[in-house]
Design a protein around this ligand. Structure first.
Ligand SMILES: [Fe+2]
Length: 343
């Protein structure tokens, strides 16, 4: 496995780059906007293709690199389903698996620091975001934080991982880079409590100042989805309401870009063809499945995904590949489900 721990000294943030091999797919956890050029250079040097960029939660102390990485690599942006961020491409839930070529991370919902905090687990290591830090825990006094939920996340989930599991947090301000679950059980001063009440009292008594960047970072991190407006401006969007009529008329091939797990959980628009987003660049080249389907302009490709984000990127890529009829369903499956009265 290729594993890199990268550091942003301004915010004390750790960013993790993962891949199973040189020349393969990569995933990045908690990227920082100002470091995006560095990540891209490193991935170029290691011959990696970024396919997923993940935030463990909505950060208050730095601006996320998710939007910039999406714009520059067309990667999938990932957060938890509780996230209030306007558009991320893919939302995960407790018990999901988050995969790239050769690697699969278990997704666990670990609220408490925020109500959208997640941890990601590989067999020998866990990425804990700000839920569990090295000899500390993430504050619980803003962003819907809740010390009781955090206690459950830590004691009920993270500390149940094998003791030798390496722990990689989203932050450290003391210079520590890695710990283990067993080490934190024994030496983390915040975990030496006898009850959830004792933990909540400890967290309530911290009286921390707000992070310096909070007023800038939180609003900026809430708005990552500017892409769909641009795609609509170019006339490449169709509304969820119109799609049924187009399908009935046989004018279009509707392409579902989501992953299998998303289809299983949320269903799909009847009559659509499944062609997951990570394989898109192959599929739209001459000889590829989607290229052949659209060849000669006989049928129009209409992409959709969960929220319209991946499909907006797919339209841009398809247009660049010469498929000038390509469109996408604005707002994705979520907008379609509203129209169907499903939500
Ligand atoms: Fe945080």
């Amino acid at each position: 496995m290729i594993f890199r721990q990268l550091f942003d000294a301004v915010s004390g943030t750790y960013t993790y780059l993962l891949a199973s091999r040189r020349g393969g797919e990569a995933l990045i956890i908690d990227p920082v906007l100002e470091k995006v050029d560095r990540y891209l250079k490193l991935m170029e040097e290691l011959d990696l293709r970024l396919v997923k960029a993940v935030d463990t939660h909505l950060h208050a102390d730095h601006i996320t690199g998710l939007g910039a990485l999406r714009d520059r690599t067309r990667c999938i942006t990932v957060m938890g389903e509780q996230s209030g961020v306007d558009v991320v491409s893919m939302r995960v839930a407790d018990g999901d698996r988050l995969g790239i070529e050769g690697l699969s991370l278990d997704v666990i919902y670990t609220p408490g620091h925020t109500d959208d905090s997640y941890s990601f687990v590989l067999p020998d290591r866990v990425f804990t975001g700000d839920t569990l830090l090295i000899r500390g825990t993430g504050r619980t006094d803003f962003q819907n934080g809740d010390p009781r939920a955090q206690y459950e996340s830590i004691f009920g989930k993270l500390l149940r991982l094998p003791e030798e599991t390496m722990l990689f947090p989203a932050h450290d301000y003391k210079g520590d880079t890695v710990s283990t679950i067993g080490e934190e059980k024994r030496f983390n001063p915040r975990l030496q409590v006898k009850s959830v009440e004792e933990y909540a009292a400890l967290m309530h008594g911290l009286n921390l100042p707000n992070p310096k960047m909070m007023d800038v970072a939180v609003p900026a991190n809430m708005r990552q989805g500017l892409l769909q407006e641009e795609v609509a401006r170019r006339g490449w969007a169709v509304s969820a309401r119109d799609i049924e009529g187009m399908l009935t008329a046989g004018e279009v091939v509707l392409i579902d870009l989501r992953e299998k797990t998303e289809r299983e959980r949320h269903g799909c628009i009847p009559g659509s063809l499944h062609a997951p987003y990570p394989a898109l660049s192959d599929n739209i080249q001459p000889g590829g499945l989607l290229h052949e389907l659209a060849a000669g302009g006989r049928r129009q490709l209409v992409f959709y995904c969960a929220y319209g984000e991946r499909s907006a990127m797919a339209v841009q890529a398809a247009q660049e590949a010469g498929l000038s009829g390509a469109r996408h369903v604005q707002g994705g499956m979520a907008a379609w489900a509203v129209g169907q009265g499903r939500v």
